[in-house]
Design a binder for this molecule. Structure first.
Ligand code: PMP
Length: 402
């Protein structure tokens, strides 16, 4: 069986993850917000760690990838490619064209974080990085140093040096810059894995102002929040924080291709002008991923008004549910299509997650906050699918002992 092979040959413990999130289900195919399981059942996908913003099998993304595959069966990786160059230009136009004019394309979120940290260190000649308590920036060795949760870090220390975490409090900002050698601050405007926590705007303003005053770069990690997941293309740009780099990932490849991007200023990319080989990786800017990314950006913008409507349905429905299950649900919070439901009783979040998946709704846990589950509806969900998901959550909350 599939799960037997998972148990025997994939990373040990992965079967546990699938059991926890999927109640033993095996995916077979999917369409829009729905996953079809190998036993014939179907489930709504409001999980997938924010990757399936366009659902499954978005026709324009599939068409773009197929088209690219026909014209470019093998990518040489040494010659200029029109699809990749075109996608970079589109990403620049999409994000903050007056300021952020260059793009490095990566393979996943951690990869984008690594690139941005390296660029900031190269461009400043400094080594310190200020991150925020509760942050999640990935698990590759460099990115892991900026991730807050000790569970992922402690057995791997020493990590990349010079990273400090500060509380999301304006009062904590000056202390972080007491030493003058800060290369960058890295911040998620809303901490996704950290439990769907929107950072206070006064803190974000203080942090970015201090960074600028000290000649440090501002890296906005919008890997989870960007691309209309939270309503805006990039929350940090929309809020006027003027980041020097915006990181995208997750949904950037339309759910079909692994893809991430560092959209940044000319200045931050300066060090690569003289030696591009200081930061390369074999598959950076792969044309199949770039084709998917181009189609995904267009689709995301077309669907943005739907996202607003679905966001309203989620906000209203979740508030209703919180009201009905006060002993169980302590808070609902979120914006756009990124919502967190926090549970009071110890272990209840895990129980709800498992029971939801049994009943046909896949949601995500938070990697840094075990008492919160995340609901991440895709932009392509119908009103009825959102109502169905909310009904499933309501019924599950009623069934789980508080
Ligand atoms: N940054 C943020 C904000 C994320 O949510 C994640 C993934 N959860 C990452 C970075 C790391 O991305 P990846 O898992 O693709 O390496």
């Amino acid at each position: 069986t599939v799960l037997g092979r998972v148990r025997a040959h994939l990373s040990p413990g992965l079967a546990l993850v699938y059991g926890m999130n999927g109640a033993g289900a095996v995916e077979s195919c999917g369409d829009g917000a729905r996953i079809v399981l190998s036993d014939g059942r179907s489930a709504l996908d409001f999980g997938s760690y924010a990757v399936t913003l366009l659902g499954r099998g978005h026709p324009e993304v599939l068409r773009a990838v197929r088209g690219e595959l026909e014209s470019m069966p093998v990518s040489t990786r040494v010659l200029a490619n029109g699809t990749t160059a075109g996608f970079a230009a589109e990403l620049v136009a999409y994000t903050d064209p007056g300021r952020l004019t260059r793009v490095w394309l990566g393979l996943n979120g951690s990869d984008a974080v690594e690139a941005a940290l390296k660029l900031a260190r190269l461009a400043t000649g400094r080594t310190r990085v200020v991150a925020v308590e509760g942050a999640y920036h990935g698990k590759s060795l460099g990115a892991l140093a900026a991730t807050w949760n000790r569970r992922y870090r402690q057995s791997l220390e020493p990590l990349l040096g010079g990273v400090v975490h500060i509380p999301a409090d304006p009062g904590a900002v000056p202390g972080a810059f007491a030493e003058e050698d800060v290369a960058a601050v890295i911040v998620e405007p809303v901490q996704g894995e950290g439990g769907v926590r929107a950072l206070p705007s006064a803190f974000l303003a203080a942090l970015t102002a201090a960074a600028r005053a000290h000649g440090a770069y501002v890296i906005a990690d919008e890997i989870q929040t960007g691309l209309r997941r939270c309503g805006e293309r990039a929350l940090s740009v929309a809020a006027g924080l003027r980041p020097d780099a915006v990181l995208f990932g997750k949904a950037l490849g339309g759910g079909v291709q692994p893809l991430s991007a560092v959209v940044a200023t000319e200045e931050l990319y300066g060090p690569l002008a003289t030696d591009p080989f200081v930061h390369t990786t074999t598959f950076s800017g792969h044309p199949l991923a770039a084709a998917a990314g181009s189609a995904a950006l267009r689709a995301v913008e077309e669907l943005a008004p739907r996202g607003e409507r679905l966001s309203g349905l989620m906000a209203e429905g979740l508030r209703r549910i919180a009201h009905r299950h006060t002993g169980l649900v302590t808070e609902v919070r979120g914006q756009g299509l990124l919502w967190g439901v926090e549970f009071g009783p110890h272990g209840a979040a895990g129980d709800v997650l498992l029971e939801l998946s049994r009943r046909g709704l896949v949601v995500s846990p938070c990697l840094g906050q075990p008492e919160v589950i995340r609901l991440l509806p895709p932009l392509v969900a119908t009103d009825e699918e959102v109502e169905e998901a909310l009904d499933l959550l309501d019924a599950t909350c009623a069934a789980v002992p508080d």
